[in-house]
Design a protein around this ligand. Structure first.
Ligand code: HEC
Ligand code: HEC
Length: 426
């Protein structure tokens, strides 16, 4: 089903344009003022503010929003009755958890204390949820396991638009509920491990149906929270709760929350015409980002992502989702050799608020992340590998590194720092 999604073949003409523009920006425009140069970049890439006010005008039904708020914050849907969306998407951390990799059911506490609390590790770095209701946001998760194309939404629960989900975001919002490590856990509440296995081991329509069955069994339990859930469900005009209306409710809530809480970034203000909003160093950084840094070959568009899949050669550690603790990224979805170690280009709006970085949180700060793109060797020499096995298998990952990275033409620490300064304004 995913075979037709080949990000590279679609992107090649675009890439040539980016590289050519990079060349022009870096060589031909020095006679112009920095604002004129940046304005040219903005016009060439047709960039628009995207941090605020771009929310998909979904059903802003107050009752649905109230149900979504409850669902986002409740632990009743989790197996151990200890995990909610807000466990890992914290208000205090720009809706991430601040950890290298997330800790799901069985965990408690926040921050580093949570890492050591004995919960099940979800071997990926949590994303923020800001901007996810932007109409251009159509590919979700590090491996793109939810993707919207031509009105169809592909996902592990099958084509989802026909099941009543109103967006890819809405599908992405319910997948955590189906994950053993994030939510299902040791089924204290679901009791029957047969049901748990059913949800975990099946795909597409079967997964959707098995999950809906579990949810409705859950609603028959007697507790104050379940009573509240049933009440909110009725007020929202929903007869039978299922994954689709849960997803639609959570995203209706998030759309309102994200819109209310978003901050207009320095970059947005600059795009809106305030030439003082960025410092001179940030403006240089922006020009480098779109120019000889070649960053926009992948981090492009208003959201700073091509929604495509690339490898930058991030070391794996020994705790990945796939075989031998590896995380093969996109290939885990497409089963194609060429997709090994590729991850969806992360969006960069608000990026300075969500350390650590990379799909497994390998990088503590932005400068380390950017340096690694340019040249991974110093990072590897300094941090080593987590095991002998990893050291010996790293060659495979290295050879997956996108050749686009070879075009990056940054030559001084000062240039790297300017780019980081620009990222801090996003
Ligand atoms: C145990 C921690 C944890 C919990 C609980 C959790 N998430 Fe996440 N969330 C993550 C991690 C880690 C990722 C990245 C996973 C990946 O890409 O494979 C993520 C990714 C996402 C994404 C995709 C964002 C993007 O840009 O692709 C959405 C949407 C999301 N979570 C929403 C939710 C909702 C809604 C809930 C509650 C139903 C929830 N999450 C519960 C940790 C968690
Ligand atoms: C070949 C495509 C590509 C290019 C070019 C590229 N990146 Fe990336 N970038 C990625 C991918 C893919 C990741 C995630 C990789 C992973 O975690 O395995 C990433 C991760 C990042 C992150 C971490 C974001 C997060 O939330 O974890 C930052 C910051 C970043 N890139 C900035 C830059 C900058 C600055 C440049 C230019 C110097 C650049 N990138 C060039 C593809 C690219």
């Amino acid at each position: 089903m995913f075979n037709n999604i080949d990000s590279m073949s679609v992107k090649v003409p675009y890439l040539i344009t980016v590289l050519f523009i990079g060349f022009l920006i870096s060589t031909r425009t020095y006679a112009l003022s920095i604002d004129d140069r940046l304005t040219r970049v903005i016009e060439t890439f047709s960039l628009n503010p995207a941090s605020c006010g771009q929310t998909n005008p979904q059903i802003q039904n107050d009752n649905l929003v109230a149900l979504g708020r409850f669902l986002f914050n409740t632990t009743v849907l989790s197996g151990g009755k200890d995990t909610s969306c807000s466990t890992c998407h914290l208000d205090s951390k720009h809706l991430t958890d601040g950890l290298p990799v997330a800790v799901g059911v069985g965990g408690h506490g926040e921050g580093m204390a949570r890492m050591a609390s004995g919960g099940i590790i979800v071997p990926r770095n949590a994303f923020s949820l800001f901007n996810r209701s932007h109409p251009k946001y159509k590919t979700f998760f590090w491996d793109g396991k939810v993707i919207e194309q031509e009105g169809l939404i592909y996902s592990p629960i099958g084509e989802a638009a026909s099941k009543g989900f109103n967006s890819a975001f809405s599908v992405a919002a319910v997948l955590p509920i189906l994950a053993k490590d994030e939510f299902l856990g040791e089924q204290q509440i679901y009791r029957s491990s047969r049901n748990l296995e059913l949800v975990e081991s099946v795909y597409f329509d079967e997964k959707f149906n098995a999950a809906n069955k579990l949810i409705n069994e859950l609603l028959t339990f007697k507790s104050e929270e379940i009573k509240e859930l049933n009440k909110l469900k009725s007020e929202a005009g929903i007869e039978t709760l299922n994954l689709a209306n849960i997803g639609n409710a959570i995203t209706a809530f998030l759309a309102v929350k994200l819109n209310n809480e978003c901050q207009v970034s320095q970059w947005d203000k600059y795009l809106a015409g305030n030439k003082q909003a960025l410092t001179p160093v940030q403006k240089e950084g922006a020009i480098l980002f779109f120019g000889k840094g070649r960053c926009a070959a992948c981090h492009n568009g208003d959201l700073f992502t091509d929604m495509g899949f690339h490898s930058i050669g991030v070391p794996q550690g020994d705790f990945g989702t796939h075989i031998h603790g590896q995380d093969i990224g996109r290939a885990g979805i497409t089963f194609e050799q060429k997709d090994r170690y590729k991850f969806r280009t992360p969006p960069l709006l608000g990026v300075s608020k969500t350390p650590p970085y990379g799909h497994n949180g390998s990088f503590q700060d932005l400068i380390t992340t950017v340096r690694f793109h340019v040249n991974p060797i110093p990072f590897l020499a300094k941090n080593g590998w987590t095991s002998e096995r990893e050291l010996l298998t790293y060659g495979k990952i290295l050879s997956s590194r996108s050749e686009i990275l070879g075009y990056i033409d940054l030559e001084s620490e000062q240039e790297l720092e300017a780019i980081v300064s620009f990222l801090e304004g996003l």
